[in-house]
Design a protein around this ligand. Sequence first.
Ligand SMILES: O=C(O)/C=C/C(=O)CC(=O)CC(=O)O
Ligand code: CA
Ligand code: MG
Length: 438
Amino acid sequence: MTLLNETHDPALRSWLASANTAGGDFPIQNLPFAVFRRAGTPEAFRGGVAIGDQVLDLAAVAAAGVFAGDAQAAARAASEAKLNALMALGPAAWSALRLALSRALREGAAGQAALRPCLVPQDRVEYDVPARIGDYTDFYTSIHHATNIGRLFRPDNPLLPNYKWVPIGYHGRASSIGISGQGFHRPVGQTLPAGAAQPVVGPCQRLDIELELGIFIGQGNAQGEAVTITQAEAHVFGICLLNDWSARDVQAWEYQPLGPFLSKSFATTLSPWIVTLEALAPYRAPLQRPADDPQPLPYLDSEANRREGALDIQLQVDLLTPRLREAGGEAATICRTSYRHAYWTVAQMVAHHTVNGCNLQPGDLFGSGTLSGPTPQEAGALIEMTQGGKQPLALPGGEQRSFLLDGDTVTLRGWCEKPGAARIGFGECRGTVLPARG
Ligand SMILES: O=C(O)/C=C/C(=O)CC(=O)CC(=O)O
Ligand SMILES: [Ca+2]
Ligand SMILES: [Mg+2]
């Protein structure tokens, strides 16, 4: 687990004024990574770090030779169009780069003259998926989501007996992962309409969101060698927001016995910024496992994981319908929750994924699973918020929604905030539903 160090000091301020704005996502204590280029240009994508309203171009920083040693090696690795090489370097190199950036961006730092020309305004850039994602695994770590959705799909047997023993997951689809701002076509699929004797094929009628976090793997492990829970977090590069768009009518028909297949493989949207575990260190929280639940098996248990394996990342989902957009653009907030309610932690996901000797690789992605919290206002999917579509959401202006309609835009947001620590923001993860292809 990461100890607090000088980079977390809430009193630190940057010479870049926009980084010191109260309530901003990207103060000097955050320093998340993305790949970017100036929008509308043929420039190569390269790694950058968010600071205030700017992106610090790491390829330019590396070329300028501002840093030395591990920090310079990390900046050079981050100059590529994907961050896999940086991810593969491991925590000592990530940490060296973070410390060098923190020192060079501070008020009064000598590095100011060299770094200023490496800044690009965020409102003039476009982002790409930050890694070559070899494999994407979607977990199911919210017991509240598992219980709520289980009740809808399996009324007699909502929470299956393995849930409290196994961090359940399935292998997702990497090729259709896109970056915030994307539009995607409503999927077509096979469904069994209520009361029908035979399935039909057509546009999905129950298109949903899933509020998730994306966890990027840094250093991999050799095939055959399990990662212990104690080592697990050294293999994690950082965390972003993830929307696992889901076709519920397709899912209900196809998912037994092998799990979701085409109902979730058509599009998955990520936020561009990856917040490092080191930046999140002030927001660790105790794992909340009810005292009468079974204790995890030893490979999924450690004292540190129980004490501070959870993360208090606050999450929000906003829905902008075409009608709200026309009326002036104010989106409706349809969910507020926190990642701290998850039943299984990041470390447990890594330990479980590798216990059989499965090798993780730099740039692999985990989805946390839908992060519903304990109350109805904390549900992370429309199917839960609307009781399977039976109780539509009432939106401003008298509009209603059970599932997504064409033209709807969904934005996920995440941030950490508390007295005595700097705010750490995740930016946003936005996607828009386009009509099914005719
Ligand atoms: O309980 C089920 O049968 C289905 C669950 C999901 O759709 C959730 C899934 O993709 C994993 C998650 O996001 O928690
Ligand atoms: Ca999911
Ligand atoms: Mg998906």
